[in-house]
Design a protein around this ligand. Structure first.
Ligand SMILES: C[S@@+](CC[C@H](N)C(=O)[O-])C[C@H]1O[C@@H](n2cnc3c(N)ncnc32)[C@H](O)[C@@H]1O
Ligand code: SF4
Ligand code: SF4
Length: 316
């Protein structure tokens, strides 16, 4: 596969040499939501990393192509996010900001757009205020704010991606979610396969049959001007007879091979979502720049075995 557009450009390249091309930065691991499925590493531990420090670190990474801001809810540190985006944009590095959108405002969206944010990635799992409020244990007004902020993002010209977690809680509603994504003006929809969370015992992942059914239905009903990205399915898409076609991608996983996660305390993780193993700490002698050359033992082990919990959950 070759890169077709900026979003997921790293994931659409053919896997090659191991090189740090993507860095996910947990600007803060704190969050104003408490989702049951949450994969954030040490959520709410108070660890943050400011923009000056992040810029100092990424300035030293010669192969870096993308910075993804994600932790907890990084917009709690909105000004740091803005500074990082501004720096990256000025230096040819793509940026993605992952958010629940609850703390966005028109002013913030405009500022992020003007700073050069490549895309904003918003979690979107429910289509009405009642279900949203019940699942997330928040006031129904938060759903209205979510919709409003999504519309603002698209209207203000920020490339917007809505991400839906495919899990037991919403598998019945995937088509309605897809229709709503379209109605909100968004043309890029990412469907993230859900991953079990050993640290909280959360395991509402969907069965193989249900996954196939949902994915096939979404592809069949895809509108021509939309793009669908299915994530954490690349290891087994072929085996389940799920095929790419124009506007439909089973993006290659880059976690651990081209992308690492940096936590606020300097810990470097292989992957926050599925393999939160600490392979070093930038304040304790680990060089992010040379990490694939020096290869801490845990990284070598990962690269040799390439474990994938999404695959294991369905096939082991
Ligand atoms: C940890 S959140 C951080 C950004 C922001 N707070 C949010 O929720 O969108 C980043 C992404 O991880 C995804 N995620 C969280 N828990 C997951 C799980 N158990 N399996 C798969 N994806 C998960 C969410 O859907 C979200 O899009
Ligand atoms: S909003 Fe994101 S970081 Fe916060 S609890 Fe939910 S998944 Fe975790
Ligand atoms: S290794 Fe992890 S991030 Fe990559 S596809 Fe598997 S579950 Fe997803």
């Amino acid at each position: 596969m070759t890169s077709r557009n900026k979003y997921k450009a790293l994931e659409l390249e053919s896997p090659g040499v191991y090189e740090l091309e993507g860095l996910e930065v947990g600007v803060t691991s704190n969050c104003n939501y408490k989702c049951d499925y949450c994969c954030a590493y040490n959520r709410d531990d108070g660890e943050c990393i400011g923009s000056t420090e992040v810029i100092r670190i990424i300035r030293d990474l010669p192969h870096l192509k993308r910075v993804r801001l994600s932790g907890g809810e990084v917009t709690l540190k909105y000004k740091d996010c803005l500074e990082i985006v501004r720096y990256c944009s000025a230096h040819g590095i793509d940026t993605q900001l992952n958010t629940n959108a609850s703390l966005l405002t028109e002013e913030r969206i405009i500022a992020l757009r003007d700073a050069g944010l490549s895309n904003i990635h918003i979690s979107f799992n429910y289509t009405d205020a009642e279900s949203y409020a019940a699942y997330y244990r928040v006031h129904p007004r938060m759903y209205e704010r979510l919709e409003q902020n999504i519309r603002l993002c698209t209207q203000l010209g920020l490339e917007t991606v809505l991400e839906t977690l495919l899990f037991e809680g919403n598998q019945e509603n995937m088509q309605a979610i897809s229709d709503k994504v379209y109605e909100l003006g968004v043309r890029i929809h990412e469907i993230q396969n859900s991953i079990k969370m050993p640290h909280t015992d959360w395991s509402q992942i969907v069965s193989k049959a249900s996954l196939v059914q949902s994915v096939k239905a979404l592809i069949e009903n895809k509108k021509p001007d939309t793009t669908l990205y299915f994530t954490c399915m690349d290891r087994f898409a072929d085996r389940l007879n799920l095929r790419e076609q124009p506007g439909v991608y089973f993006s290659n996983c880059v976690d651990g091979t081209k992308q690492l996660h940096l936590h606020g305390n300097g810990d470097i993780l292989i992957c926050e979502l599925c393999h939160p193993v600490v392979i070093g700490n930038i304040y304790k002698g680990t060089s992010l720049r040379d990490i694939y050359k020096q290869q801490p033992a845990a990284l070598t082990d990962f690269l040799e075995k390439r474990p994938c919990p999404a695959y294991d959950a369905l096939f082991m």
